[in-house]
Write a protein that binds this ligand. Sequence first.
Ligand code: FMN
Length: 181
Amino acid sequence: MYGEFVHLMTIQSKREGECMKTLIVYYSLEGNTQYVADKVKEKVDADTLRLVPKKAYSDKGFAKFFWGGKSALMAEKPELEDYNVDLSKYDRIIFGFPVWAGTFTPPIRTFIEDNRKALAGKRFSAYACMAGSGGEKAINKLAQFLEIPGFEATSIFVDPKASANAEKEAQINGFCVALNQ
Ligand SMILES: Cc1cc2nc3c(=O)[nH]c(=O)nc-3n(C[C@H](O)[C@H](O)[C@H](O)COP(=O)(O)O)c2cc1C
C-alpha cells in the first residue's frame, strides 16, 4: 500500500516536470532530422541517441530513393551499430525520423523492436522531417508500431535544414514549447 503511494507520488512529480529525463532517439540520412534534434536537445535539456545502421543507406541519386524506399515499404529492421543507452534513466522518449515512402524510417523500427520491454510505460513524443507529404501518416504508423494511442507532442518539418527559414525556426521553437509543457 505504502509502496504504491510512493510509486504514485513519483509519477506525479515526474508529470510536473521535476527531474524528468528525456532522450531523443533519431535517425537522419541527410542531416535534417539531426538539425532538429540538436536544437530540441538544447531547449528541452535532452540527451540524444543517433541510430546508425550497420549497412549505410545510399545518400545519392536513384539508389537513395530506391533502396531507402524499398526498405521502408518492406518494413525492414536493419541491424544497428552498437549503442550504449540505459533506457531506465529516461521518463520520456522523443522519436525523430525522416519520412520515407510515407512511413517512418527502418532504423527506428529496429530500435523499438529491440527495446520494447524497456520502452513500456514511457512518455512519447515524435517529429517527422519530410520533403512534401506523408508526415502525419508516418507519425500515426509509428504510434501503431509502438502500440500507443498517440503522442503527447508531435511536429512535422519540411526539410528544416536544407531549406531553413525563420518560419521553420519558429516551428522548432513551438515544438520545444509544447515539449516543455
Ligand atoms: C528513400 C526516401 C524516401 C522518401 N520519401 C518521402 C516521402 O514519402 N514523403 C516526403 O515528403 N519526403 C520523402 N523523402 C524526403 C525526406 O523525408 C526529407 O528530405 C527529410 O527532410 C530528410 O531528412 P534527413 O535529412 O534527416 O534524412 C524521402 C527521402 C528518401 C531518401
